[in-house]
Design a protein around this ligand. Structure first.
Ligand code: PSV
Ligand code: MN
Length: 384
């Protein structure tokens, strides 16, 4: 398959919450024109897809995107040329979850949390979503606070009950995160823990790699390669970070890392939708305007992918077999150092799109339109 054909087939999912207001624990700076409902988030996601041509699905977060009729939301999306993607559960924002959700020492709280996960599967049945994405804020702040091993047992039990509720064409994606909000011990801190639980559960349980969820310096492409080999990589939450889980635009902090990740994907022929890897963004745009930031992120993922597709695998393989360290490294760097922007502009023209989606967005007047129209009501977000 040609590089252009592979890029044309690429699918990047945008997160509904990135269109809403967000901030740090210090302040949420509200922006004008932010969606007030899940429907308006879909309007914005549809704009991103219309301009980029490669972002046809939008992930929902429950309860942030709770509506009365999910079938109606799905058909609203369809009418705008997009579809609903992964359903993200949220068992971290109720007071009951102070000491955890599915790992909580009190069985009543655990039951409530599992009830929410099962409700998310009900929602998937209505939206036609394939993936249930699970992230748990569960963990401990102090040594001795709870029994680490017992919490793993509770986690396994909750995952099993949820897994057993999935339909045959639905999947569970388990996300790990080293720390935050727990600071001493997180119950799913790393890919090894997520992998072990997914292995026990079965084929439809897969690991999600959120690129912001590791210790600084972690070699993420190693994790990608390992999980691909094991058939256990289900999805990415792309974003970039300088220090912790910064949730900045994908490809902004370390475009070379994104390239190295996409190189592993291309090597495993896992870019095509049929390979079943969901390439999602999970970001927050606290300072920059949201829609163009999401467009920029999609373009950054596309650029990293184009470079990965340009790697000369013949030259790379020959250099590796010959033990030629410098030539092998050069084969990668030649691709990384290629300016792929002309190729991507050409691809967009072939697809009937504007070659410069950022400029097309600026010219479209959509930013001014939503500021004019979205007055009154409550802007979506973390309570700005
Ligand atoms: C947690 O930090 C996380 O990465 C999970 O994916 C959440 O669902 C998401 O952020 C949204 O806050
Ligand atoms: Mn995430």
């Amino acid at each position: 398959m040609s590089v252009k054909d592979a890029l044309r087939e690429q699918r990047i999912e945008t997160p509904s919450w990135a269109y809403g207001n967000s901030g740090t624990r210090f302040k949420v700076f509200a922006q004008q024109g932010v969606p007030r409902t899940p429907y308006e988030k879909i309007d914005d996601a549809a704009v991103v897809h219309r301009l980029t041509g490669v972002a046809p699905t939008v992930a929902l977060h429950i309860p942030w995107d709770r509506v009365d009729d999910y079938g109606k939301l799905a058909s609203y999306a369809r009418d705008r040329g997009v579809a609903l993607g992964a359903i993200n559960s949220n068992v971290f924002q109720d007071d009951d979850y102070k000491l955890g959700s599915v790992c909580h020492p009190d069985a009543t709280v655990r039951r409530k949390a599992v009830g929410h996960l099962l409700e998310c599967v009900d929602i998937m049945d209505q939206t036609g979503s394939r993936d249930l994405k699970l992230w748990f804020a569960d963990g401990l702040n102090y040594p001795g606070q709870d029994n680490i091993r017992a919490r793993q047992d509770r986690l396994a039990e909750a995952l099993r009950e949820t897994y057993d509720r999935l339909g045959s064409d639905q999947r569970m994606l388990l996300e790990y995160k080293l720390f935050e909000p727990a600071f001493y011990a997180t119950d799913v801190p790393d890919w090894g823990t997520a992998f072990a639980h997914c292995l026990q559960l079965g084929d439809r349980a897969q690991v999600v790699i959120d690129t912001g969820h590791h210790a600084p310096g972690t070699n993420i492409e190693f994790i990608v390669s390992f999980l691909l080999r094991a058939g256990k990589l289900g999805a990415f939450d792309f974003n970039s970070r300088f220090y912790a889980d910064d949730d900045l635009m994908a490809g902004a902090a370390d475009p070379f890392q994104l390239f190295r990740i996409m190189h592993e994907i291309v090597l495993a022929d896992a870019l095509k939708p049929a390979a079943g890897i969901a390439f999602m963004l999970d970001q927050c745009h606290n300072l920059e305007p949201k829609i163009p930031a999401i467009i920029r992120s999609v373009l950054n993922v596309q650029e990293a992918t184009a470079k990965a597709l340009l790697v000369d695998h013949g030259a790379l393989d020959a250099a590796q077999r010959a033990g030629d360290v410098l030539e092998a490294n050069a084969a990668l760097m030649d691709a990384y150092n290629t300016d792929v922007r002309p190729l991507l502009r050409e691809l967009r023209e072939d697809m009937g799109l504007d070659p410069d989606p950022m400029a097309a967005y600026r010219r479209s007047g959509y930013a001014e339109q939503i500021v004019r129209e979205r007055v009154g009501g409550e802007a979506a977000g973390w309570g700005a």
